[in-house]
Design a protein around this ligand. Sequence first.
Ligand code: NAD
Ligand code: MG
Length: 380
Amino acid sequence: MALLGATGSIGTQTLDVVREERDRFELVAVAGGQRLAELSAIVKEFNLEAVGVVSERDRDELRALVGPGPEIVIGAEGLASLSSSADVVVNAVVGFAGLPVTLSALAAGKRLALANKESLIAAAPLVQAVRDTPGAQILPIDSEHCAIHQCLVGSVEAGHPDVAFIHLTASGGPFRGMTKEQLSHVTKDDALHHPTWLMGPKITVDSSTLMNKGLEVLEASALFGIEVERVNVVVHPQSIVHSMVEYVDGAVLAQLSMPDMRLPIAYCLGSPVRSEHAWGRLDFSKNLTLEFEAPDREAFGALDLAYDAARAGGAAPAWLSAANEVAVEAFLQGRLVWSQIVPLVAAVMDEYVEDPLATLEDLVENDATARRLAHGMVPR
Ligand code: NAD
Ligand code: MG
């Protein structure tokens, strides 16, 4: 397997899975954006022959750390080339930067174990075109989508006409239950404190605005070929039910487990064979309470923005994701307050000009336009 984004939250948890099942999984290549000392330690531990970094400067720095042995590739092209020697490609890069991994892995007919939702959402029509490559397959690491994948085993017909709804569960994030007034005072520390999951900063902020769930609605629609009208969001604070599929006859199938990303990661690497190692077990002899409630769409406007982008189709989801990346980055840098994130994304979406997104060049151009508009709206 190749692990791109090896030093991040999903990356390090994937390494845990490999360490646990060394007889099943062999790592052949990794890539990372920063944290070169950690990347070097991974290269040495797994005795790797190929590693990717972002820039020439990073390459020189990493070379000094790893010595003359491993090949070091650079940038988007380098990322794409690392898929070639693997059977399974794990895309654990954050943001639009993960696009070359998604497209190259599928075009090369690999199994893509996909954590990077942004690439799939932005490039949905382009991903669809390379998904038919013989051997190509997407297994979703995102816990909700991995749950749905497991609950869809009984539904074999294209387009899933026997599925009435997909119910995507959401923890609700750290600000569940707050009013708009209360939300106007929350801080960066508050936003970075997720109640049930420990994740990278971008997705943690996305979870606090519910933009993560909005992006996941788009992700589910693209992955399973189900229109967003059949994708429903339900708040479930315990993060035990990872999502549900409701069939036309009223039967609801759910996947439950402790909230630990190493379970979906191991599932995606080894499917259809399950990991023999349990990544936590539920104890039904203790009082296990599972709650479900509707999301507050008024206070958390990101959800409706995502549904609107899905209905608009074409490049609209790419705009949404790009504008959100810029807004979240500005928030993390202290240049936006939390309550400005979603309105900024909405203001960018107001400028959206329809584009069917036929080529990669179209996508890159749309991404750049949305980013430029978003940057222009961040206070100096
Ligand atoms: P993170 O910030 O912890 O890690 C991101 C990784 O990407 C790091 O290794 C970083 O070095 C690398 N990276 C960034 N830019 C790069 C570039 N240009 N080239 C190469 N590598 C680059 O993020 P994360 O929380 O691990 O999330 C990764 C992806 O998985 C995101 O798309 C996120 O939405 C998704 N995801 C994460 C979780 C989770 O529990 N963390 C759950 C579901 C989905
Ligand atoms: Mg998720």
